[in-house]
Design a protein around this ligand. Structure first.
Ligand code: G6P
Length: 365
């Protein structure tokens, strides 16, 4: 079947807008009436000693978020790498571990080679893929489809949030299998995840406000994204999206690393986008943000109403997101990151769906 833009100007806009629907689909597929997990029986975290997560590009940031989840939720040691490094660095894999390969296309050459390297060396090879007929799906012991539907825009959007959703459910299964979570605690988290599609729809309502900020961002030469905890990989994803389609140099940094280098770049010309839901790390991130402001940095703060009320004063701009459980905030904060990249690219007039030099699927090394 031919995939159409369905009234949107770009596939990317359509795919961003589809997220509440596809996330709801994925949650429905992998949960029994939203109450219990319905992941395959063979996916067993009880007896493994470690999970190793490997991907390229946007998928690698989904893995990075999942590392925090597996550790926090399940107390399971988690390791991440990008496939191009993993495949050549002679990684030491425990025979009792699980290796997880995340890929939208399921055909990325480095990720496939990484999967083949792990095969036979670990207890279980799992893939998290969008294309269920792909090589990475077929060659894994177990493939979990993310159910995002066809993604056409070169810059990944709905596949990222669907990857996060499936990885979140895997982390909950790990918590259950390892006795860290009761079935009731899992049901409670599933109920929270069930609110995400609604929160995502509300967040998409920020699109016009983002478009306004983007007219200024489009004039920047460099943009910095900062975040702590799971907002650190989100900062890197925000920077990746932005450079991919607007060609503005952007970097995602862990807030705490600011003073170890990037603070040297701060002046009134460099917008600094701070991703900071009001969670347990909020005060820490705000103190880093204030270091930026003390050096005339132009801060765009993304937080919830409570966070903006507490720390919005003196910032250049703010965007207020709905309040969300801090654990699952990355799934929601992906949306403004995507919208910022999209609207900045529109303001610059670049080709959003087909950015120069990039391919949707990188099947050669
Ligand atoms: C390319 C795409 C990215 C994607 C990456 C990994 O660089 O432009 O959007 O994240 O490949 O692709 P995969 O299909 O393995 O997720």
């Amino acid at each position: 079947t031919r995939i159409e833009k369905g009234g949107y100007k770009h596939f990317m806009a359509k795919e961003i807008a589809e997220q509440p629907l596809v996330i709801a689909d994925a949650l429905r597929h992998y949960t029994g009436g939203g109450q219990s997990l319905r992941l395959p029986e063979e996916l067993d975290f009880a007896s493994i000693d470690r999970v190793t997560l490997v991907a390229c590009g946007t998928g690698s940031y989904a893995c990075h978020v999942a590392k925090y989840w597996f550790e926090q939720i399940a107390g399971l040691p988690a390791e991440i790498d990008i496939a191009s490094e993993f495949r050549y660095r002679d990684p030491v894999l425990s025979p009792a571990s699980m290796a997880v390969f995340v890929s939208q296309s399921g055909e990325t050459a480095d990720t496939l080679a990484a999967l083949r390297y792990a095969t036979g060396k670990v207890a279980q090879v799992v893939s998290v893929v969008n294309v269920p007929t792909s090589s990475i799906a077929r060659e894994a012991d177990l493939a979990l489809p993310i159910l995002a539907g066809v993604e056409v825009g070169v810059a990944s959007t709905k596949a990222f949030t669907c990857q996060l959703t499936v990885l979140a459910l895997m982390a909950l299964k790990a918590g259950l299998d390892r006795g860290r979570l009761t079935p009731e605690a899992v049901a409670k988290q599933l109920a929270v995840l069930g609110t995400l599609p609604g929160l995502m729809s509300a967040t998409l309502g920020l699109s016009d406000a983002v478009a306004q900020v983007a007219t200024d961002l489009a004039k920047a030469q460099d943009i910095l994204f900062l975040g702590r905890g799971t907002m650190f990989p989100l900062a890197m994803e925000g920077a990746l999206k932005l450079k991919e389609i607007s060609y503005i140099h952007a970097e995602g940094y862990a807030s705490g690393e600011l003073k170890h280098g990037p603070i040297a770049l701060i002046d009134a010309q460099v917008p600094v986008i701070v991703l900071a839901p009001k969670d347990g790390l909020f005060e820490k991130t705000v103190s880093n943000m204030q270091e930026v402001m003390a050096r005339n940095g132009k801060v765009l703060l993304l937080s919830d109403a409570a966070g903006i009320a507490e720390a919005g004063a003196g910032t250049w701009k703010t965007l207020t997101l709905p309040q969300v459980d801090p654990l699952w905030a990355p799934i929601l904060y992906a949306l403004p990151a995507q919208l910022l990249a999209y609207h900045t690219a529109i303001a610059k007039g670049t080709d959003v769906d087909q950015p120069r030099n990039l391919a949707k699927s990188v099947t050669v090394e």
